[in-house]
Design a protein around this ligand. Sequence first.
Ligand SMILES: [Fe+2]
Length: 371
Amino acid sequence: MAKRPTSYELWLQEEGIPVIDGYGITDVTALARRPWKRTGGSGAYIDLKGMEGFTGMYVCEIPSGGALQPENHLYEELIYILRGVGATEIWSPGEKTRKMHFEWQQGSLFAIPLNTRHRMINGSREPAIFLAVTSAPLMIDLLHNMPFVMGSDYKFADRFDGEHDYFTPTNARNEVGGFINWETNFIADARGALVDPSEAKGYGVRITSFDMGGSTLVGHIAEWPVGRYHKAHFHQGGAILLILRSEGYTLMWPPEAGIRPYQSGHADQVVRVDWREGSVFSPPSGWFHQHFNTGKEPARQLAFRYSGQSGKYLLGCWRAINKEGVRTGVREGGTMIEYEDEDPQIRVDFEASIRKVGVPMEMPRFEYAEL
Ligand SMILES: [Fe+2]
């Protein structure tokens, strides 16, 4: 049966720039960008299998010494600066005299509050490239009326009202739903930002969640040491991971392959995505995924996702398969595989991978349980 396009997919076709698919992309800065008439830059859309119509993504280059066209839209948008320096002007529709301005550099992360008009400016003669993750698929599929999505003058004053310190970074970190959540509308450099211990997710793992701009689309920064790997877990689709530092790989496998996919004869269903700085990938709904650092420095990821637990605003449909949550083992009704329950082949393969590149094994010993 031929797959029919969604309203979002039809819109992507009209945008006139490439749409890249697959499980992941090795280097998002190296994707072929094409002139993008609507924005005045050049870009490419990225629509990975695991995004499943929950999230949208694109990479965009702002012409050197130039700026993109101003725009506003009824979908949320998180922006991460991949290259360059510049600034963003932002204002509520109809309030151009109350324009705000903030500067960014490589590593900066911020949200465009819903329906604010904004203009991305390149502050140098070098290319400025950013990655944007949006809730556009959800909004466009539901509303399927682009003049409304991009032409509303409604001001969401509850999200942004020209507060002078709106984009000033804060140190406000609070526990929300069992996660450490950083309440800030601007992170100056996500590559160096402090991250909080999160041992439940793996030996030495540190994770700090964030929600910005009053958005339902949130995320987190994760870091873990040399010679180590996370526990596997699964959740709803739409989560996107961007690698900020080190190199390694992620294994992803569908629920049918089970908790121990090698032992149960489903090795052929395990997808391996190799990554390094600039890689993006997205695990599909219900697929276990497990991250391995094979590099010589701590690995750092930036995750974009919705939430059924952390953050201020939750997305109900993101709870569909999360059961007891991503930090509870499958034996207790959660969606995480404890080290003791994982397939023994996983550790064997990791050890072989790091030995090849001279990285020491730093995973503590654990005893495998009977499943
Ligand atoms: Fe995940």
